[in-house]
Design a protein around this ligand. Structure first.
Ligand code: ZN
Ligand code: ZN
Length: 639
């Protein structure tokens, strides 16, 4: 648009008639031209005209909060609406600068004293406090809310509550919440006023969200159950709260319960429950969610789409993940990360590199998450040189600062390939602080290559970094055990007993006919425990006929050989596979998800089970997928 299209004579002379003219502006440029004309003809002093201008540059699609502020500054006597409009525009920027400017403008409003803040002023100011994480200022605003008599206003109170939650002060939130909704006893009181009911639901949702954010799921659940009425948001908060805090079964249970009521899941529900489904590898449920979205015309945008791609990849169906990915808009790095991360988990290193190239060609810059996927793909495939070059590309070309996860991938890559000294040097020389995870990776590699010297150094650091974590002790004692040094094993055991350290419980999940079954190590709580046990015995008998010798070095305790064997049979993934065998018809593929890394003994057993029972078995462990078929694994025993 050039300046000639706006003919001055086309502008009406009466201020009221100017308003529709202003509204026709489609770009900030057009708006500025009109504004310039209005200044020249001295019409900005008219409050109707000025307000219309302000509204457009503060709230339209082409809004420009900075420009809105300059228009505002020229208004002779801005009313409350004008103040609110600009404060909101600044707060809606949702960044630190905008928030601070919003707070400054609010204090100017108070100082100026010509217009009094109302119920629409405070929510924006409180949002600004939250985004800028200014709890102290937020408390002052709370004082003003009381001063201006708005502490009974549900809308303002819910925003106050949200401010406390987002600023991390659940205590303050709790006090405010109790005062407005009441304590345990008051909540059972029947509220008949419909508006009040709705307001209470909103307050409860914000409070539940607050508990979830600080990881207090007990309080969140209690409040959720006490609520007399719940909205879709209430369920969504609980589902994502469970999923984000590692309670995957509970998240899925909530999802089922929600549908038993009269509420239908929306897009946010699906995005919240999908990570839990992914973690448990519940493919059937995941497919159902996908179908539900399609049937109910829930738009599969980049967020929901990425969650679906991630779900299919983590539930073992990389083909479906690719299909979903190919239909998504591909301008978002999160979508690319979902597919590249999925391919990396499946050990498809070449596809990872192909998709990475496609991503760069389509003009999307890789993020540090992308590089974690690429480096772990290199690590799983044992591509040391490629890994080294991607690592330096990340720093030099992409200009990204490696995080501990990237160093972790490199240590994993170098360590597995046997470059133990280089891996140790990398940890010692990196510019950031090392953590237990990275030393564990090195320790694991030392165990794999039976390097007791570096292994002991790594274990010693680990015991200092995470004294109550069993990992270092278990690995160290396994290393001693495999070299037959039982005295050293006993010493480590004594240390563990002194510190009251226990092994991380292994846990496996298997989905049969849409129901997820959970098995812990040495688990006999399942209703079909007896049948499972006899199947486990049958498996071990058949495997021994195949010449399988249980790898007893995997057992931590020094116990007699016979007992060791029986403990081994009860690793959770073995219980799950036995259950899978008795619960499905012949030839049905079996799919299991495990929370820890699969041990060598289970790995070699699974290979044989796939052969003896003629089943495809897929196990996703903490790191990657293993596809067992005809007696071998897709990882080629390198994991
Ligand atoms: Zn095992
Ligand atoms: Zn494998």
């Amino acid at each position: 648009m050039n300046s000639l299209t706006l003919k001055p004579k086309a502008i009406p002379s009466h201020p009221q008639l100017l308003v529709p003219e202003i509204r026709t502006c489609k770009t900030i440029r057009e708006l500025k031209q009109v504004h310039a004309f209005l200044i020249k003809t001295a019409r900005t002093r008219d409050i109707t005209v000025a307000t219309e201008l302000l509204k457009l540059c503060a709230t339209s699609d082409f809004r420009d909060p900075g420009y809105a502020l300059s228009v505002f500054d020229q208004m002779p006597e801005p009313n409350c609406f004008a103040w609110n409009t600009v404060i909101r525009a600044l707060a809606e920027e949702s960044n630190a600068d905008g928030s601070l400017n919003a707070m400054l403008l609010f204090s100017r409003m108070l100082y100026d004293g010509m217009a009094e803040p109302n119920r629409f002023t405070f929510p924006s100011v409180l949002k600004a406090c939250s985004v800028a994480a200014r709890l102290e200022e937020g408390k002052q605003v709370h004082g003003l809310v009381v001063k201006f008599g708005l502490d009974d206003d549900e809308f303002v109170v819910s925003n106050l509550l949200r401010m406390y939650v987002l600023c991390g002060s659940v205590e303050d939130a709790h006090v405010l919440f109790s005062r407005n909704v009441g304590g345990v006893d008051d909540m059972s009181r029947v509220v008949t006023d419909k508006r009040r009911q709705e307001a209470n639901v909103v307050l409860c949702n914000v409070m539940v969200d607050g508990y979830v954010r600080v990881g207090n799921l007990k309080a969140a659940r209690e409040l959720f159950h006490r609520m007399q009425q719940r909205s879709v948001v209430s369920w969504n908060v609980m589902i994502s709260g469970y999923a984000q805090n590692g309670f995957f079964m509970e998240a899925i249970e909530m999802f089922h319960k929600m549908q038993m009521g009269h509420l239908s899941p929306n897009r946010v529900t699906l995005v919240s429950v999908l990570p839990a489904i992914s973690r448990l590898g519940a493919l059937e449920l995941g497919k159902w969610v996908h179908l539900y979205a399609e049937k109910n015309k829930i738009r599969i945008d980049d967020v929901l789409g990425s969650a679906l791609v991630d779900m299919y990849a983590k539930c073992g169906s990389i083909k479906k993940a690719i299909q979903v990915f190919e239909k998504l808009p591909r301008n978002n790095v999160i979508t690319w990360n979902a597919i590249i991360g999925g391919l990396a988990m499946h050990g498809k290193a070449n596809d990872v590199f192909d998709y990475f190239l496609r991503m760069e060609r389509s003009g999307v810059s890789p993020s540090d998450v992308t590089y974690i996927a690429i480096l772990s793909a290199c690590s799983h495939a044992g591509l040391v040189d490629k890994g080294r070059s991607f690592f330096s590309e990340m720093i030099i070309v992409a200009g990204l600062e490696p995080r501990i996860e990237h160093y972790g991938c490199m240590v994993d890559l170098l360590g597995r390939a046997g470059y133990l000294k280089e891996a140790e040097d990398l940890i010692l020389n990196m510019p950031i602080r090392s953590d237990d995870v990275i030393w564990k990776a090195l320790l694991g590699a030392c165990k794999m290559h039976k390097n007791i010297e570096i292994g002991r150094r790594a274990a010693e650091v680990l015991m200092k970094l995470a004294p109550h974590d069993s990992g270092a002790y278990v690995a160290l004692s396994n290393m001693y055990a495999s070299s037959g040094d039982w005295d050293a094993v006993a010493e480590v055991r004594l240390m563990m007993r002194g510190l009251d350290i226990r092994k991380d419980p292994g846990c496996s999940w298997i989905e049969i006919d849409g129901v997820i079954h959970e098995f812990l190590v040495e688990d006999d709580s399942h209703p079909r425990a007896k049948e499972i046990l006899s199947m486990l015995k049958e498996i071990s008998h058949k495997l021994s006929l195949e010449g399988h010798m249980p790898d007893t070095t995997q057992v931590f305790l020094k116990i007699d050989e016979k007992n060791k064997e029986s403990v081994l049979h009860y690793h959770s993934e073995k219980i799950a596979v036995a259950f899978g065998l008795i619960s499905t018809s012949p030839k049905t593929p079996i799919q299991i998800v495990k929370n820890l890394r699969i041990c060598e003994d289970c790995h070699s057993s699974m290979k044989l089970i796939s052969k003896v029972y003629e089943r495809q078995i897929t196990i996703r462990d903490r790191k990657r997928f293993h596809h067992f078929e005809h007696g071998s694994c897709s990882c080629m025993d390198y994991w």
